[in-house]
Design a protein around this ligand. Structure first.
Ligand code: URA
Length: 193
C-alpha cells in the first residue's frame, strides 16, 4: 500500500510537469505542433526509452512511439518477453518538429530540463537512448551511432545504453536483430539485481 501511494505521488508529479510542457513556449515548436507528447508508461520503471521527438502519428494521438517506428519498438520489446507498459517511453523534444525534421540544438536544449524533471521523479537505473539525436542530447557531442551503439555510459548516477532509432531500422532492416539484442541487454541491465 505504501508503494501504491508512492506510485500515485509520482503520477501526480508527472502530470504537473505535463501541464507545464503543454503550455511551454520556450522554443517555436509549440506553434506548429497539435499537442505536446509527454511520455507514457510505468512511473516506477527502472528503464526509460528515449527517442528524438514526436512524429505525425504521435502529434495526432498525444502518445509517444505509436507510428511505424513505435510499432517496431513495441514489437521488439514484446519479442524480448516484455510489455511496453512495464517501462516509461518518452522523447528528448516533446513537440513535433515541422516535417519531422531533426530538432535543432536549441530545441533540444530548451526541452531537456523537462526530461530531467521526469527522470528525477521516475528515478530509473537505465536510459535506453534510441538513435544518435537522443545520444547527442545527453552527451553534448556528435555521436556516430553505428560505431557507438551498444556502449554503456555513466550519466548522473544512471546508465545510458546507446542504440539505433527504430526508424533507422525501418530503412535498414539488417539492423533489426542488433536493435533487438540491444533492447534485451538494456532490459537485463535495468532489471538485474
Ligand atoms: N520517433 C521518435 O523519436 N519518437 C516518437 O515518439 C516517435 C517516433
Amino acid at each position: 500500500e505504501k508503494d501504491m501511494n508512492l506510485t500515485e505521488e509520482k503520477e501526480k508529479k508527472l502530470k504537473e510537469i505535463g501541464r507545464a510542457i503543454q503550455e511551454c513556449k520556450k522554443c517555436d515548436l509549440y506553434k506548429s505542433r497539435k499537442q505536446a507528447v509527454l511520455g507514457e508508461g510505468n512511473p516506477d520503471s527502472s528503464l526509460v526509452f528515449i527517442g528524438e521527438a514526436p512524429g505525425g502519428d504521435e502529434d495526432k494521438l498525444g502518445r509517444p512511439f505509436v507510428g511505424r517506428a513505435g510499432k517496431l519498438l513495441t514489437k521488439l520489446i514484446e519479442a524480448a518477453g516484455h510489455k511496453r507498459e512495464e517501462f516509461y517511453i518518452t522523447n528528448i523534444c516533446k513537440c513535433r518538429p515541422p516535417n519531422n525534421r531533426t530538432p535543432t540544438p536549441w530545441e533540444m536544449e530548451a526541452c531537456f530540463p523537462y526530461l530531467e524533471k521526469q527522470l528525477q521523479i521516475i528515478q530509473p537505473k537505465v536510459l535506453c537512448l534510441l538513435g544518435a539525436t537522443a545520444a547527442r542530447a545527453f552527451l553534448k557531442r556528435n555521436v556516430a551511432i553505428t560505431k557507438e551503439r551498444g556502449s554503456i555510459i555513466n550519466w548522473e548516477g544512471k546508465l545510458l545504453y546507446l542504440t539505433y532509432h527504430p526508424a533507422y531500422v525501418l530503412r535498414n532492416p539488417d539492423a533489426e536483430i542488433t536493435l533487438f539484442e540491444d533492447i534485451k541487454k538494456a532490459i537485463e541491465l535495468a532489471i538485474e539485481k
